[in-house]
Design a binder for this molecule. Structure first.
Ligand SMILES: O=C(O)CCC(=O)C(=O)O
Ligand SMILES: [Fe+2]
Length: 351
């Protein structure tokens, strides 16, 4: 997620250090938006990515399973994706070290300018009476890595190497998955291959501090990602997705070594609505900080995503306007996602 932010609250440190625990009323969400503390765990489809490299039969069944998951929930988990646990642990550990730096180490990246390719900011809103979304984040472009890594934090010293190594590996997985998804749509594995290969990778490195009353606040409000797909690495549970059939929020389980995959808005558009961009949110806990690294993959900044002609017909007429990543950024300058505005809704063509 990306968002415009109006906070001037000092970022970093524990909730207590920031003084939130003294004024608990200031972050309460309206009752209907508060997270239930008894949410069930979602039964997430699990895809073994190594099967894409096995027999033609196993490969084609895996592509069918991926398509089914994109259609039913817009969400699945992957195992045997080829990224080692040490690389994933390194990304989370270097993120933690960055957020743990004293304020002076982070201020140079602090910005609310959503067009900046590297920025550090917060969703902790310091309005007169609302501090509802407890997230600090570092966001940076990541592809081509050599163009951007020089502007990433140089402190902690491990950051560039460890986050960079994860960035390269997760992008490889994303490219393979995007090919499998276009194939599952009947568009072939090389559909938009060049545009995808030259596309953007934006990494949202998120930290959710412990919240003294997690039942009254959220880490991130409900949203879908603008991307084609997002691959998410998390340090502990907290992510929830909403069921299409019953609108219930359910907890995404944390499975060691697995990564989460979200269908984003741009693949809902490409599929002309056959696949669903998953609506998700982040809940908090009172005990530990939660870290996540969301890697968002899209076409080039000004390259428009349109619904595939093959998927538009009299039974399924064109449902979406075309748009690019920069259209999304322009949308954000006038709209606040934390107030429930949705980019995808603006793309829908009313029949
Ligand atoms: O922290 C998470 O689990 C989700 C992050 C997310 O949804 C985002 O950065 O868009
Ligand atoms: Fe997201």
């Amino acid at each position: 997620m990306d968002e415009k932010d109006t906070s001037n609250f000092p970022i970093g440190g524990s909730a207590q250090e920031r003084g939130y625990s003294h004024v608990p009323e200031c972050y309460v969400l309206p009752t209907v938006q508060r997270p239930s503390q008894q949410s069930e765990t979602v039964n997430v489809p699990m895809i073994d990515l190594s099967l894409l490299h096995q027999s033609p039969l196993e490969k084609s069944q895996t592509i069918v399973d991926i398509g089914e998951a994109c259609r039913r929930t817009g969400f699945f988990q992957i195992i045997n994706h080829g990224i080692s646990e040490s690389v994933m642990d390194g990304a989370l550990a270097s993120a933690k070290d960055f957020f743990d730096l004293p304020m002076e180490g982070k201020t140079e990246f602090m910005s609310n300018d959503i067009y900046k390719p590297v920025r550090y900011s917060t969703s902790l809103k310091d309005g007169v009476d609302k501090v509802q979304f407890w997230r600090v984040f570092l966001k940076h472009y990541a592809h081509p890595l050599e163009d951007w890594i020089g502007s990433w934090p140089h402190n902690p010293s491990r950051y560039r190497e460890e986050m960079g190594s994860y960035a390269i590996q997760v992008r490889k997985v994303a490219i393979e998955l995007m090919g499998a998804i276009t194939e599952s749509l009947g568009l072939g594995p090389t559909c938009m291959h060049e545009e995808i290969k030259d596309g953007m990778q934006v990494m949202a490195v998120n930290c959710y501090p412990p919240c003294p009353q997690p039942e009254l606040a959220l880490g991130l409000p409900p949203h879908s990602d603008y991307s084609c797909i997002t691959i998410l690495l998390q340090s502990c549970t907290g992510l929830q997705i909403v069921g299409y059939e019953d609108s219930e929020w359910r907890v995404v389980p944390q499975i060691k070594g697995a990564l989460e995959v979200h269908v984003g808005d741009h693949f809902e558009v490409l599929s002309n609505g056959l696949y669903k961009s998953v609506v998700h949110r982040v809940t908090l806990n009172s005990v530990q900080s939660r870290l996540s690294v969301a890697s968002l993959h899209s076409l080039g900044i000004d390259v428009k995503m349109a619904s595939a002609g093959e998927l538009v017909n009299e039974h399924n007429p064109k449902g979406y306007r075309e748009s690019s990543f920069s259209d999304f950024l322009n949308f954000l300058t006038d709209n606040d996602l934390t107030e429930g505005r949705s980019f995808l809704e603006t793309l829908k063509i009313k029949q």
